[in-house]
Design a binder for this molecule. Sequence first.
Ligand SMILES: C[S@@+](CC[C@H](N)C(=O)[O-])C[C@H]1O[C@@H](n2cnc3c(N)ncnc32)[C@H](O)[C@@H]1O
Length: 208
Amino acid sequence: MLFSRPGRCRCWGWAVDSLHAMPSGPAHKKCFAHDRSQDHGKEEWLTPPDLVNLLGPFDLDPCSPVRRPWNTAAKHYTVLDDGLLQPWHGRVWLNPPYGAETGKWLSKLVRHGDGVALVFARTETAMFHKHIWPMADALLFLRGRLTFFNVDGTPGKCSAGAPSVLIAYGEGNTARLREVAHFGAFVMPMSLKSRAPSELPLLGVGRG
Ligand SMILES: C[S@@+](CC[C@H](N)C(=O)[O-])C[C@H]1O[C@@H](n2cnc3c(N)ncnc32)[C@H](O)[C@@H]1O
């Protein structure tokens, strides 16, 4: 079983740290990678292949490395094509470039309406409140943290600097996330989907 004991599990090849065994303190924090504050803009953090295989097959990955160690979909766009400008088709796998551009990719997936996205679970941000909470059909908050891969196919030395969430757009993708819901917490934000983002009250003190 994936989460039968505390500590690091590599049962699938994608490493997950048990929530209860997450390290703390400065020494361990240095080890976290793939986080906006610590990653100096590196974009080439690849999805653990077993995670894509679990959720696939996908028809299109619109943002993939120029030289990829494995396929994530039947067709790939790279930065040389600019996947944001290309027409999208079929079932899409989206682990988008992180940072300010992420919202544009999610916005396109919302309009496309068929796909699964993987982003950090920064649930308070403007991006999350615009493209995910009111637009997604389902979310699966993954238990523990993923270890992303380098373009040469090797796993990163550390787990990610934040928890990850899978986001389903479309009925089939919602069903798929429900089938694998035991890997985290499955949520269907139905009450929000029927409301336009601008109708949502802003209660907090900060801005995402
Ligand atoms: C977080 S990585 C995800 C890679 C891959 N989709 C996966 O799931 O493993 C984001 C990828 O987007 C690519 N990328 C960045 N800008 C792009 C663009 N305008 N068009 C297509 N791909 C782009 C980067 O080269 C990088 O490989």
